[in-house]
Design a protein. Structure first.
Lengths: 305, 308
């Protein structure tokens, strides 16, 4: 299996878990979780130097999911990487669970910063990158921002600062920022709320090298992340053009699915689509895939409660 | 010791502690000449970061530096830095980042610049966060101990510092401890609890009151969060009257905190001296007289309170 194919398979498995945990939670944000999952997988399973058994390892690379509402995607990756058992995913948003509705650093080892109050994560990632440089650490910092999120003013304070901070001895070229550009925010399409364009030119004017990619292509994401890592003297922005709700036809490109959890029957239909199984073939498929069959039974039981 | 602004004592302490601990870094938002970190920045240019007039980003960068093992002092005027409350709330407090937030130029005592530059609500805001201690030292000796404590304390912390010079009030053998106040003057009839720039005036007021036959106990409350519950209850029980004195809004400040605690554990008649309006421009002395924060004003409030 090629590396891209391996990552695609992981992303597919994570999409299933995203749908599963949101259905169990009964609330949450599927659209942005499904748009960002390929980026997260490309980072966490393609290059991240980390050790789930030692989440406080000082030399680890850091991931700051600034668009914190997409945290189901991060939890799916963390469970798959071994930070906690996959079974725990269905405690998402439940009383007492470390899987808070938005990332809580103090509740779950491996979460690098509390995010979800939009616009704050880039500054924190920037400070981490600077601190690591000052300590001569080889670690990198990856920060994922949302498109609606960059309407926040603090993002532009950070964007203005980052290419200059630490210069000349400690430039933050260990910072890669990825914009999950799915074109939809809570209320409506981004162009209808507050258009970001020309977004590439804006960041370039602030001094950032910018790379545009298809945010669902593991090949393109991998090459862009390589290029960012090879860039010296400046942080890099990757604009990942994505589809909100990617992988589930009835969620794709639909603002209704920004912040609404699928009902159990919808979740089963979504999982079937993610696994690319036709409806007539579904029952036969479930007889061959016991893991998925168990998830589906669990969801059907949820429907009855 | 002569009178010195707590911001100036902070600048000296930072320079001193910075030589011993290279994890210490400073962050400013174009006010380093006023927050007094400029000397640290000159001596350690690689550890001082001026983020420009962008306090939210400064606070977030401070949080990131803390999460990477540094001990950042993020500094600005109290009103501007606490004005970016949402970033403090999430990136610093909820993240539990080891950031030392330094708010200078507190209170109407800054004078001529007027209300927009006066930190008068900062205690109220920070007090609402569950994990951020608030400390306001009253003189140079105390400030230097508080800054040393801040470096040792693991977790976020808020320091409230003055622009104006503060005469020495603490005894030479004074040792700062979080959650512990110190009695500067014992008394029987009323407890005056002051903090920061009003402590000296409270002592002066006590001397005036003594001439009128009123014995006022004066407590320096540097630790605004947590309060010194033991000392508060003991003194309030002994005198039966409490007056708080602060250059801050009476809503949510030291007076608010003391009232909340006493009403639960030892209901005691109380008067809160502090602001109830916006501040305004003027000479600091005139403003302290107008707001009743000088010795005359404090003594008058106490006399009236006790006459009831």
């Amino acid at each position: 299996m090629s590396d891209a194919a391996r990552l695609v398979a992981i992303a597919r498995a994570c999409r299933v878990q995203i749908i599963r945990m949101l259905a169990h939670a009964g609330s949450g944000h599927p659209g942005g979780s499904l748009s960002v999952i390929d980026t997260l997988v490309a980072i966490m399973f393609g290059r991240l130097r980390h050790d789930p058994a030692r989440p406080d390892w000082p030399e680890r690379d850091r991931v700051v999911l600034s668009k914190g509402h997409a945290v189901p995607a991060l939890y799916a990756c963390m469970a798959k990487a071994g930070y906690f058992p996959e079974e725990q995913l269905i405690t998402l948003r439940k009383l007492g669970s470390p899987l808070q509705g938005h990332p809580d650093r103090t509740a779950l080892p491996g979460i690098e910063a509390a995010t979800g109050s939009l616009g704050e994560g880039l500054s924190v990632a920037l400070g981490m990158a600077l601190g690591l440089k000052l300590s001569r650490s080889p670690a990198r910092v990856y920060c994922i921002v949302g498109d609606g999120e960059i309407q926040e003013g603090q993002v532009w304070e950070a964007a203005m600062s980052a290419p200059k901070l630490g210069q000349p001895d400690h430039p933050v070229d260990n910072l890669t920022v990825i914009l999950d550009y799915n074109k939809i925010q809570l209320d409506d399409f981004v162009t209808k709320i507050l258009d970001l364009e020309p977004v590439v030119a804006k960041w370039q004017t602030f001094g950032w090298p910018v790379i545009e990619v298809d945010g669902h292509s593991m090949d393109q994401l991998g090459k862009a992340l390589d290029q960012a890592e090879a860039t010296r003297g400046k942080p890099t922005l990757i604009v990942a053009h994505t589809v909100k709700g990617k992988g589930v036809s009835f969620m794709e490109n639909n603002p209704e699915w920004h912040g609404k959890a699928p009902k159990p029957a919808e979740a089963v239909a979504a999982i079937r689509e993610i696994l690319d199984i036709t409806e007539p073939a579904w029952d036969d498929y479930l007889r061959t895939d016991q893991t998925t069959a168990a998830l589906v039974n669990e969801l059907r039981a949820l429907e009855r409660t | 010791m002569t009178a010195k602004a707590s911001r100036a004592a902070f600048g000296e302490a930072l320079l001193d502690l910075g030589a011993r601990d290279e994890r210490i870094v400073s962050l400013d938002a174009d006010l380093s000449k006023s927050t007094m970190t400029a000397a640290f920045a000159k001596k350690y240019p690689g550890r001082a970061f001026n983020l420009g007039i962008a306090e939210s980003n400064m606070l977030g960068v401070a949080a990131g530096l803390a999460l990477a093992g540094k001990i950042p002092f993020a500094c600005s005027f109290a009103c501007f830095i606490v004005g970016r409350f949402e970033t403090i709330r999430i990136s610093v407090a909820y993240t539990n980042a080891n950031v030392k937030i330094v708010g200078t130029h507190v209170g109407v005592a800054i004078g001529e610049d007027g209300y927009s530059q006066m930190g008068l609500e900062d205690i109220a805001c920070i007090r609402a966060l569950p994990n951020v201690p608030i400390i306001q030292p009253a003189d140079e000796l105390e400030t230097k101990q508080v800054i040393a404590y801040a470096v040792e304390h693991r977790g976020p912390l808020y320091l409230r510092l003055t622009r104006q010079n503060l005469p020495p009030v603490c005894p030479p053998d004074y040792k700062f401890r979080l959650g512990r106040w110190v009695t500067l003057r014992p008394g029987r009839d009323v407890t005056l609890i002051a903090t920061g720039g009003t402590v000296f005036n409270a002592l002066e007021a006590a001397r005036r009151l003594e001439a009128d036959g009123i014995s006022a106990e004066v407590i320096n409350a540097a630790s605004i969060k947590p309060l010194d519950e033991d000392m508060l209850v003991r003194s309030a029980s002994a005198t039966g009257r409490v007056v708080t004195v602060e250059d801050h809004s009476v809503a949510g400040g030291l007076g608010g905190a003391v009232s909340e605690l006493l009403s639960e554990v030892r209901p005691t008649p109380i008067r809160r001296i502090g602001t109830t309006t916006f501040g305004e421009s003027g000479d600091p002395k005139g403003l302290y007289a107008k707001f009743g924060f000088d010795a005359v004003g404090i003594a008058a409030t106490v006399s009236k309170f006790l006459a009831r």
